[in-house]
Design a protein around this ligand. Structure first.
Ligand SMILES: [Zn+2]
Length: 132
């Protein structure tokens, strides 16, 4: 029965957890050589899809970062969308510096669109993240 009081409180608890509790578990990562490829990740570029602004994020130098083959394939699609040549697998494996590319909204465009959204899910997230 969907109207039982326990279901209602369960659903309210789910909404509360979604809005206020970080539920993503942390775990130790052991690279699997069949699946994970070591990448010399040096920086990240955010490309705003609304105003085309590019924000560059410098990473602190660190040992290799592991990308799964699926994540690397997703990264290749972002490179393709941006018209940027994707490095050959041999270049990645030989430690050529690699830039993580991401497409989204910059702070100014997010303030205009995401933070003023009337879409119910986004309104809930915006209320949860509002400074108290
Ligand atoms: Zn923008």
């Amino acid at each position: 029965m969907s109207n039982e009081p326990s279901r209602i409180t369960d659903n309210l608890l789910n909404v509360f957890n979604y809005c206020f509790v970080e539920t993503v578990p942390y775990a130790f990562f052991k690279p699997n050589p069949q699946r994970d490829i070591p990448v010399n990740l040096v920086d990240k570029e955010y490309h705003c899809e609304a105003c085309q602004a590019v924000t560059k994020v410098a990473y602190q130098p660190r040992p290799l970062t592991y990308y799964s083959k699926g994540k690397l394939a997703g990264e290749r699609q972002v490179y393709d969308k941006l018209g940027k040549p994707f490095p050959f697998m041999g270049e990645i494996e030989s430690g050529k510096p690699f830039t993580n590319e991401a497409i989204g909204l910059c702070r100014a465009c997010a303030a205009r669109t995401v933070f003023t959204s009337t879409e119910p899910g986004q309104v809930a997230v915006n209320l949860a993240k509002r400074p108290s």
